[in-house]
Design a protein around this ligand. Structure first.
Ligand code: SAH
Length: 377
């Protein structure tokens, strides 16, 4: 199957198709390529999901499309607004699963944080998604459908009132382990016939899958964020077990190759600050040495607690001191203000509804019950 487009009704979900796929689909039903463009504008610029409302298509084509195709975004199961304006949606996918998407309004931009998988298999010890285990990858329609659903809720109009100016693949899941659907969805975010976002405003965040970072650099023009969280292998392996497979040296080399292909790019390194774990001045100095190797900026994220975690947020003084060491060494570093934590929408607090297919969830609960540390291997 070329695209995973057929839903339960047997119809092609047009949200699964990027521009090329749309043109192929219209060619297949004997229509000209510009019909695909018209329909994309209805879907992504006007947020229309009903073919009857696509008034510049002929009656027969509208009826034909209604029979063979659909525009099927995920179902909104919950819509929560935080005191600070952050908004979170629980979006239902097929099979009883659900993921979360979060919108963070700021004075000059609006960022949507999107999920790539139902759950996550990487088992980072400080992330609440990990405690849920992993179910499956999302399809293109399920990834771009999160943007579509959020845009609809926000009254986003692409070319007039753009509420979503940035998209970050920083929700649930590891986007590079769901490569093709995520790349196709990011193409739709950037396409003029899609949401039309500038490349640098679409960011993929990864825990550090080295070969996939190289693959991404070959086929997608997006900003890269890397979840670093520790400046040496011993500590990083404790926090991000994937580090055992792709240690820091290899990861930074892949980042340097990514940056070399995009002269204007700065890579963002995310560093979640946990009290007494990775927030000491000595570690900040180690981080400075690493960051000298490439055009980088550091995003410091105060740890967001969740039930059952053994970690705590670093004290404000420690956060400032850590940042100062970086800034004094001319390493760009900002502290990401915690947003939406009253509705569990902050980084690392996204949970959704994951019907776990691994045994990790049960193991995690057992460890909690027996009082063992949640990050025991
Ligand atoms: N798997 C990808 C995408 C998830 S991004 C990745 O690892 O980059 C989510 C970001 O929030 C990552 O930087 C992650 O490390 C960070 N994060 C996870 N749990 C957190 C927590 N409890 N508090 C603060 N940040 C957290």
């Amino acid at each position: 199957m070329k695209h995973d487009t057929n839903n339960a009704s047997g119809k092609t979900n047009l949200l699964d198709l990027d521009r090329e796929g749309m043109r192929a689909f219209f060619a297949q039903i004997g229509e000209k390529p510009y019909r695909a463009d018209q329909v994309m504008k209805w879907i992504y610029h006007h947020l229309v999901d009903d073919f009857e409302a696509m008034t510049d298509l002929g009656k027969a084509l509208r009826a034909g499309l209604a029979e063979t195709a659909c525009v099927g975004p995920p179902k909104t199961l919950l819509d929560k607004v935080s005191r600070d304006g952050t908004r979170k949606w629980l979006l239902g996918m097929d099979g009883g699963n659900a993921v979360e998407a979060v919108y963070i309004p700021e004075p000059t931009r609006g960022t949507l944080c999107v999920s790539s998988q139902v759950g996550c298999g990487l088992n980072c010890t400080f992330c609440s998604t990990a405690t849920q285990g992993f179910n499956r990858n999302l399809s293109t329609a399920e990834v771009i459908g999160q943007v579509w659903a959020a845009a609809k809720h926000l009254g986003n109009v692409t070319h007039r009132q753009r509420r979503i100016t940035n998209v970050v693949m920083m929700g649930m899941g590891e986007p590079l382990l769901n490569f093709e659907p995520v790349v196709r969805a990011m193409n739709l975010m950037r396409d003029d016939l899609g949401f039309g976002l500038a490349s640098k405003r679409v960011t993929l965040s990864t825990a550090g899958l080295v070969p996939m970072i190289d693959r991404l650099s070959e086929c997608a023009d997006v900003s890269l964020a890397v979840s670093l969280h520790a400046p040496n292998d011993e500590l990083r392996t404790q926090l991000v077990p994937l580090n055992k497979k792709y240690p820091i040296d290899e990861l930074l080399a892949a980042c340097a190759r990514y940056a070399a292909r995009r002269p204007r790019t700065t890579i963002t390194f995310e560093y979640t600050l946990m009290k007494g774990i990775n927030d000491t001045p000595a570690l900040a100095r180690q981080l400075v040495r690493l960051m000298r190797r490439l055009p980088a900026k550091v995003n410091l994220i105060p740890f967001n607690p969740f039930p059952g975690t053994q970690y705590e947020r670093s004290d404000e003084d420690a956060i400032r001191a850590f940042q100062k060491i970086l800034l004094d060494a001319d390493v760009q570093a900002m502290v990401r203000r915690t947003r939406g934590d009253d509705i569990d929408a902050a980084c690392g607090q996204l949970k959704g509804q994951v019907l776990d297919r691994t045994r990790r969830n049960a193991q995690f609960r057992r460890r909690l019950e027996t009082g063992e540390q949640a990050n025991a291997a």
